[in-house]
Design a protein around this ligand. Structure first.
Ligand code: ADP
Ligand code: MG
Length: 704
């Protein structure tokens, strides 16, 4: 990958950061091995191993003033100790302080010596997160130290940096090693990789000072600013980290662009036929985006294009048009969706649209097994035109004859690396397939600029005509009976209703149970109307039967888990009730609500909630009532939840920034982009060094 340089490069005298960590005093082979697990191999890796956060141990909080959810330091005397074994070994220690209040310390892992030390009368200084327990406030596994005699607790004078670490490496020891490494920090001139003119133009202060400040904030540091990550030193480093991410995405993109892709530009006869057969005209946004895609496909470099558009904006047709360009040029198309239900929806659409044109559409989901699978694989290998399945499609050793285009309906579940992997899987004759990525949730511009810097972005920023905005209300579950009465009336008017159960339990079984309970309740109360049920535990055939019954109008009400979040399209459904809506994030609520308001009739959405509402939940429901605009909702979501959640890529590590925070630091992105462009054009060597500095170690870590 472009981000890598030769790590066996010799250490030169002018590169103090390149020396192995083993050259630091007190770092022996065992510690070298442990540090390597964190990707910390060279001295400079330690410089850039930044604190995750800080602990404020500069003061002691009275137990009476503790609040759940906060981290705090407490001093107290042990009142009572209890060892329990009911479910698992447990040590409970009650302490109290001058405020005459008690705090419970709870340990699940502890040694005998530890238990013996914690006797009544012992004075302790503890630091930990406060939470509500069965017996009042408690701390689970606090850090603690015993205080002897009458000596007052000595609090720290500095904020304590907390570093990401690994098993077998205590925080104090890691901090000491980092301190040793910092002694070798060279002068600014040697350390800086962003050229002086660019630094001056964008007001970037000394990197050296910023590093020293962040690792060892001085006693007079503005604590609240530091805790929020808004201190100029943190911002300086965040800038550099965002810049590095930008550079590395642009480099990956450039590497892909070096490769060759099949030219998929023909007379467009199939396209003309499809459009002629559709019951609607394309919106001008669909036309514009369709043209952008068509232009890319006609070039001999692989397309890397993201099409974003609000739910219901009509991305599927645009994807179908792209597919036809490939088919007409004699190439195959793979279309992948994140869930089986969504893949099936695509299958239905594509079969309906493409088969009349004589284009073969093959189904290859994980559930296709045995003989049927063998036959399907054979047809794909023989050149079946369009192959639809889940994301597993690419990972299952499916061999294509001539793959020309990969369409990914990604729901933000794909990382950059996975996208790149698709290219390798699909290559043949030294040609890589074009790539079209569809996303259902609009991405705030700031995020798109940063996270999707490797893609070109097209936006379908217009809904098909005749849609009426959904009216949304939030109603307490205490008024559930009223809501059900309202459903009754709506059914009487011939409207169709979704009832969505949103238990956020881990287990699909519990979710299914909750839906079954709601189904029974509604079946009993809505006499004279058919109520259907769909959830993730059902076989896909069963789901299809239920969906078909709902589509045909046989079922008046469909009780569903969030399996219907994506892709379901029943224009006659005009009322949606979302149970426990306070538990869902904005993106999910918006996706769900997008299932109604698809026809010409006025639609409604009822957000049932369980009081009392927390502050965040209240804000979310308010946003949903205020707007139907997916872009505004996405901006708000970013603000409330942070980008990891918004993009759903927590696990992929794609957004695992050390110090930057896209929501907080979005104001830096415009400058990041400008500096990035200049560096790629005029200072490519420094750009590579920057990537190696920030990403090199992490990439090795990820490979290990
Ligand atoms: P999404 O962008 O959420 O994937 P779909 O592609 O599923 O949206 O389209 C939503 C619905 O709108 C489908 O029923 C589709 O047939 C219809 N549709 C798409 N484009 C138009 C259009 N230009 N005019 C009218 N209806 C359209
Ligand atoms: Mg869609």
């Amino acid at each position: 990958m472009a981000a890598r340089t030769d790590r066996s490069a010799p250490v030169t005298a002018t590169d103090p950061g390149g020396a192995p960590v083993g050259t630091l005093a007190g770092v022996g082979p065992a510690l070298v091995a442990t540090l390597a697990k964190l990707g910390l191999e060279r001295v400079q890796d330690l410089w850039f191993h930044l604190p995750l956060r800080y602990e404020d141990r500069t003061r002691v909080t009275a137990i009476a003033d503790l609040r759940a959810g906060e981290r705090a330091q407490v001093e107290g005397v042990v009142e009572a100790v209890e060892r329990g074994f009911r479910y698992r070994p447990q040590l409970k220690v009650a302490i109290s302080d001058d405020s005459r209040q008690t705090l419970l310390l709870r340990f699940f892992h502890f040694s005998r010596a530890q238990a013996e030390q914690l006797q009544s009368g012992t004075r302790l200084l503890c630091y930990g997160e406060v939470r509500h327990g069965a017996q009042g406030l408690e701390m689970v596994h606090p850090n603690y130290q015993r205080l002897s005699g009458e000596v007052a607790a000595s609090v720290d004078e500095l904020l304590t940096p907390v570093y990401p670490t690994t098993e077998g490496l205590g925080p104090k020891r890691l901090a000491r090693v980092i301190g040793k490494a910092l002694e070798r920090l060279p002068s600014d001139a040697q350390l800086e990789l962003i050229p002086p003119a660019l630094r001056a133009a964008h007001g970037l202060d000394s990197l050296r000072d910023a590093l020293l400040y962040v690792h060892r904030p001085p006693p007079d540091a503005p604590m609240s600013q530091l805790l929020l990550g808004r201190h100029p030193a943190q911002q300086r480093l965040a800038f550099e980290e965002l810049l590095t991410q930008h550079l590395s995405l642009k480099r990956m993109r450039a590497a892909v662009r070096q490769r060759r892709a099949p030219v998929l530009g023909g007379p467009g006869e199939l396209r003309r036929q499809l459009l002629a057969g559709l019951p609607f005209e394309l919106t001008s946004a669909q036309q514009r985006v369709g043209d952008e895609v068509a232009r890319d496909l006609a070039l001999p470099q692989p397309m890397l294009r993201l099409v974003q558009g609000d739910v219901g904006s009509g991305k599927t047709v645009v994807a179908a048009l792209a597919a036809l360009a490939a088919v007409e040029a004699g190439y195959q198309v793979a279309l992948m969706a994140p869930t089986e239900l969504l893949a099936e929806q695509h299958l239905t659409n594509f079969r309906q649209w493409l088969e009349p044109l004589g284009v073969e559409v093959e189904w290859l989901a994980g559930k296709v097994t045995g003989k049927a699978r063998k036959l399907a694989l054979a047809r794909v290998a023989a050149g079946a035109a369009v192959v639809i399945g889940t994301h597993a499609l690419m990972q299952e050793g499916v061999a294509f004859a001539r793959l020309g285009l990969v369409i990914v309906d990604e729901q933000h579940r794909f990382g950059v690396q996975q996208r790149l992997a698709l290219h390798d899987k699909g290559r043949h004759d030294n040609l890589v397939p074009h790539q079209l990525v569809l996303t259902a949730t609009p991405i705030p511009r700031t995020l798109a600029m940063s996270v999707y810097a490797d893609l070109d972005v097209s936006s379908i920023d217009e809904l098909p005509p005749g849609r009426t905005p959904v009216q949304t209300v939030a109603i307490s579950n205490a008024r559930r009976a009223e809501v059900i009465e309202r459903i009754h009336v709506a059914c009487g008017e011939g409207r169709q209703v979704y009832w969505v159960c949103t238990l956020i339990e881990e287990s699909e079984q519990l979710r299914a149970q909750a839906a079954e309970v709601a189904h029974a309740e509604l079946s009993a109360t809505l006499a004279g109307f058919e109520v259907g049920l769909i959830h993730g535990r059902m076989k896909s055939k069963e789901k299809q039967v239920v969906m078909d019954a709902f589509k045909s109008g046989e079922l008046a009400v469909l009780v569903a888990t969030t399996v219907i979040e994506v892709g379901v399209d029943v224009p006659n459904a005009s009322l949606m009730v979302i149970e426990n809506s306070e538990r869902l994030g904005l993106a999910q609520l918006h996706q769900l609500r997008g299932r109604v308001g698809r026809g010409a009739v006025a639609s409604n959405c009822v957000l049932l909630y369980q009081p009392p509402l927390g502050q965040l939940a209240r804000e979310r429901l308010q946003v949903m009532r205020d707007t139907n605009d997916g872009f505004r909702i996405a901006e708000k979501d970013l603000e409330l939840r942070g980008p990891g959640e918004v993009l759903g890529t927590r696990q992929t590590g794609q957004l695992a920034f050390r110090i930057a925070d896209l929501a907080r630091d979005a104001h830096l992105l415009a400058a990041v982009q400008m500096v990035g462009e200049r560096m790629l054009a005029d200072h490519p060597r420094q750009a590579s060094q920057l990537i190696e500095r920030w990403v090199g170690g992490a990439a090795r870590y990820a490979d290990a």
